[in-house]
Ligand binder design. Structure first.
Ligand code: DAK
Length: 257
């Protein structure tokens, strides 16, 4: 069904998408991007899945959008070509996505990791936005998401000076959640995803939704938005089950409803 990605469910409730274009360091051409978005959307719609992982190989998460494909594209084609430009498909996923990054996460690779809700990486991970060195600039969120993550001064240096961040620097500046040895980063990501997948599903979606609003709304609008999502959860079976289980001193059995 897919040619440039692999999918699997490595643990209960966890859907994993692996970018598999090793000859080009997982460069994201329009077919790879389309396959990634479709596979994530399929997991998002699957009631058996509660959390997703997007990963690449140990050598490269993704070395950016495909420069060989972009070389032949003009501005009007780019504007009209939804497959290449519509990365917002990823922002519409309702279940959490964790990027498991090892090796290169450059340009669109770094941007795709940042669209995910969390990033776990190996000690070999290298994050950067080198678009300026090929005469362009980030176009899938780099100037916005990286700046929010690491602050203006460092973001300027990364994007204007083509500075790369090591895994430890990325951890220090709040871009990633965890750094693990290359042998274990993926297994650790699966453990985290499995833990999230075992949580009540409606609450998971509404928490993700509310946190992502924090970047978009004023504090008072955000607090109002949060409150409405909180109220909504009082209509779920999982709210009744969670509170009863606490009082009965037993483990809750979530229905994700
Ligand atoms: N595109 C195409 N091919 C790539 C590639 C890329 N980004 N990165 C690597 N490759 C290919 C190389 O051409 C080479 O292929 P062959 O020559 O063997 O056929 C193979 O992968 C191995 O690469 P290298 O021989 O270069 O490997 P090295 O270990 O020497 O170097 C490297 C690794 C990652 C430092 C180097 O490959 C490199 O600098 N790659 C380019 C990194 C880069 O500039 N990335 C940013 C691209 S611009 C948007 C969405 C996305 C974007 C923009 C808008 N919208 C939704 C609007 C994103 C733009 C970008 O990412």
């Amino acid at each position: 069904m897919y040619e440039m990605i692999l999918t699997e469910t490595p643990a209960p409730g966890v859907g994993l998408v692996r970018i598999n274009r090793p000859q080009a360091l997982n460069a994201l051409n329009s077919q790879v991007s389309r396959e990634i978005f479709s596979a994530l959307e399929a997991f998002d719609a699957d009631p058996a899945i509660g959390c997703m992982i997007l990963t690449g190989s140990d050598k490269a998460f993704a070395a950016g959008a495909d420069i060989k494909e972009m070389q032949g594209i003009d501005a009007v084609t780019l504007f009209a070509e939804a497959d290449f430009t519509d990365w917002s498909r990823m922002t519409r996923l309702r279940k959490p996505v964790i990027a498991a990054v090892s090796g290169w996460a450059l340009g669109g690779g770094c941007e795709m990791a940042m669209i995910c809700d969390m990033i776990v990486c190996s000690e070999t991970a290298k994050f950067g936005q080198p678009e300026i060195s090929i005469g362009v600039m980030p176009g899938a969120g780099g100037t916005q998401r990286l700046t929010r993550a690491v602050g203006k001064a460092l973001a300027m240096e990364i994007m204007l000076g083509n500075r790369q961040l090591t895994a430890q620097e990325a951890l220090h500046h709040g871009l990633v959640n965890h750094v693990y040895p290359i042998e274990t980063y993926l297994a650790e990501t699966v453990k985290l995803a499995e833990k999230i997948a075992a949580m009540p599903g409606v609450a998971v979606k509404l928490i993700k939704d509310s946190i992502n609003r924090a970047d978009e709304l004023s504090l008072s609008e955000g607090l109002n938005y949060e409150k409405r999502n909180f109220y909504l959860l009082f209509g779920t079976e999982d709210k009744a089950e969670g509170m009863s289980a606490f009082i009965d001193k037993r483990k809750p059995a979530w229905k994700n409803r």
